[in-house]
Design a protein around this ligand. Structure first.
Ligand code: ZN
Ligand code: ZN
Length: 344
């Protein structure tokens, strides 16, 4: 983790040094203030784990959360977490697995299984409408990360501070001249100072090019103390959405959560952590797909209509699919067998 943090800092400082010419006093402020520690960057650095490993890791995280929930007398939540994805039905040819269906989904924001399902559903919901919006309005999608200074405050206070600044930003003339709305979502991370960092990930639709320093000035002016942001063009909307929706709204460090962290997070129960805004929001609520709007959804959504007896849709496979049911532990072992690694 240590070296990862260093790498991330380096990347972002590299980014800043290209786009931001800081005076010496500003440089020290820049370094002491924050680095943009986003999952989007981490995902490119971490070696891809096997499916059984990631499934097992998600189970472990849920077990940890369930214990914490019991500790703070949230026994319903604790039970739900333990039940979620505890049994699975799936279709398999013996070499590949398709269409894993859990017995129960808890829908808790921090549940890694449910967050994953939700982000995939979100991509499916948003990709067609975003593609149509880009085509009809001739706008360029960008991924914008807005950060704020760290303070000793609850997550709820931190989110409120960030959202207030963002709402002020999008009312500014500069913003309106250059963007036609988009989506926003909150990301939580934790810094070495042990304070939690709250970022806003925006998929924005840019109408014209501008100097990033001008946007930095606007952000500084609405926050009063923050000027760290990052803007990357999105060239492939499908990939971009997957990256952005995958990592947001749940902290990266749930495994290190304490009962106090969970209690603090639960205060966000009635707080929205995702939404759309501006012209894009209006467009989405009135959107009816036309024949020109056909988009291909990511791989995982292609195989939705399979049943037992169908031919396995994986490449170079003509075996027939059969249905199996397993407990979570049995499912991990089944995955391992397929991956060729010994069962636990
Ligand atoms: Zn197969
Ligand atoms: Zn769940």
């Amino acid at each position: 983790m240590e070296s990862l943090d260093k790498q991330t800092t380096f990347l972002i400082n590299g980014f800043n040094s290209v786009n931001y010419s800081a005076t010496p006093s500003e440089t020290s402020k820049l370094q002491s203030q924050t680095y943009v520690h986003t999952g989007v960057i981490n995902s490119q650095q971490i070696k891809k784990k096997s499916r059984s490993e990631t499934f097992k890791a998600r189970q472990k995280t849920k077990g940890h959360l369930a214990l914490l929930a019991a500790e703070i007398h949230e026994s319903d939540l604790s039970k739900k977490l333990l039940r979620c994805h505890s049994r699975l039905a799936f279709l398999t040819c013996g070499r590949h697995i398709h269409q894993v269906i859990p017995n129960f989904v808890c829908e808790f924001r921090l549940c890694p299984d449910c967050a994953r399902r939700k982000s995939r559903k979100r991509v499916n919901d948003y990709l067609p409408v975003m593609t149509a919006f880009v085509r009809r309005n001739r706008v360029k999608p960008v991924h914008l990360v807005l950060t704020q200074t760290h303070k000793r405050e609850t997550r709820k206070q931190s989110v409120k501070r960030l959202k207030t600044a963002f709402n002020n930003l999008i009312r500014r003339e500069f913003w309106k001249e250059h963007f036609k709305g988009g989506t926003w979502s909150v990301e939580f991370t934790r810094g070495k100072d042990n304070l939690h960092h709250t970022h806003l990930h925006i998929i924005g639709f840019r109408t014209k090019f501008f100097d990033i320093d001008l946007l930095r000035d606007e952000w500084f002016s609405v926050t009063g103390d923050s000027f760290i942001l990052r803007l990357d063009p999105i060239t492939d909307l499908s990939k971009g959405l997957l990256e952005v929706f995958k990592y947001v709204s749940k902290p990266l460090d749930i495994d290190r959560f304490t009962a106090g962290d969970l209690k603090d997070f639960l205060k966000l129960r009635n707080t929205h952590l995702f939404g759309s805004f501006g012209e894009f929001r209006t467009f989405k609520s009135n959107y009816i797909a036309s024949d020109d709007d056909k988009v291909s959804l990511p791989d995982y959504s292609k195989y939705g209509q399979l049943t037992e007896g169908y031919v396995c849709p994986s490449n170079n496979c003509d075996r027939l699919l059969i249905e199996k049911r397993r407990s979570a532990k049995g499912f991990v072992n089944y995955l391992r067998k397929i991956e060729g690694s010994p069962p636990s």
